[in-house]
Design a protein around this ligand. Structure first.
Ligand code: ZN
Length: 273
């Protein structure tokens, strides 16, 4: 089924070789309507000016990516991360981003339970800044293979539980098919997220089989084994109508001509999402 690109957004990391200025222009020319801005893409730039540039190109800023990474072994380091998240929330507001994606974090030198406790405390500590800046926060559960250093939150159920415990209107979840496709409880948990109006973001790419690198070998939609249209139906059935964000880390695609890759992204979106 071919579909228009009115809900297609791309994460700047997906076309990492392009500086953000070029990504903005090329996305807009290709009919992409939204952009999610990774923090490194703003290095050395004025966020407000980049925000203006994005809007005048006719693109919507979907989110900034990625805050979080709260767990650490020392109190001092944990506080530094909280401060850094607050700064990123303010930067998001300057850019004009309505949403900051939170990758929870984990530390291999302590238990997952302890990391989860620190994640909860970390998010709690930045909610006030989110209110002041008017930026929503989306907790993104990651695939369990990243439990050592990237996320002690590995299921949508855990993210939903955390949202319930902290109960705040600016706090919700990001549903990324790459991280969650394997979970037999996914439909149930998507329904639960939807009931609380907590589905803040939806990320797509594909799980290649076999996959050669667990970080940087993500596939284009349709290249792997994830039922992306099926998961999309679930999130939409449960109230989500926002942008569909393409987020691909791939050494293979980063090494090819990025304009050609962008063409492939648009086509894969039209056919396989
Ligand atoms: Zn994601």
């Amino acid at each position: 089924m071919m579909q228009d690109t009115s809900r297609l957004a791309i994460h700047t990391i997906t076309t990492k070789p392009w500086p953000i200025e070029e990504a903005i222009d090329r996305y807009a020319q290709a009919g992409v309507k939204g952009i999610s801005v990774w923090r490194d893409a703003l290095d050395g730039r004025n966020a407000a000016k980049i925000g203006e540039r994005i809007r005048s190109a006719g693109l919507s800023i979907v989110a900034t990516v990625r805050g979080g990474f709260f767990p650490a072994l020392s109190e001092g380091e944990r506080q530094a991360r909280i401060d850094d998240n607050k700064a990123f929330i303010r930067l998001s507001a300057e850019l004009g981003s309505p949403l900051l994606v939170i990758v929870p974090g984990a530390h291999p030198g302590q238990s997952l339970a302890e990391s989860r406790r620190q994640i909860r405390k970390g998010i709690e500590a930045i909610l006030k800044e989110a209110e002041t800046s008017g930026v929503r926060l989306a907790i993104e559960p990651l695939h369990p293979m990243y439990s050592d250093t990237r996320s002690a939150i590995v299921t949508l159920e855990q993210a939903n539980d955390l949202c319930r415990e902290l109960e705040h209107p600016l706090l919700g979840v990001a549903i990324d098919v790459y991280h969650l496709w394997w979970d037999p409880n996914l439909p149930r948990e998507i329904e639960r997220s939807g009931k609380g109006n907590k589905i803040f973001a939806f990320h797509v790419c594909d799980w290649k089989s076999p996959t050669t690198d667990f970080l940087n070998d993500r596939g284009l939609m349709g290249e792997g084994c994830i039922d992306i249209p099926g998961i999309r139906r679930e999130v939409e059935k449960n109230g989500f109508s926002g942008f569909i964000e393409v987020e691909i880390f791939s050494t293979r695609y980063w090494s090819m001509d990025q304009q050609e890759f962008l063409g492939k992204i648009v086509e894969a979106y039209q056919r396989h999402v």
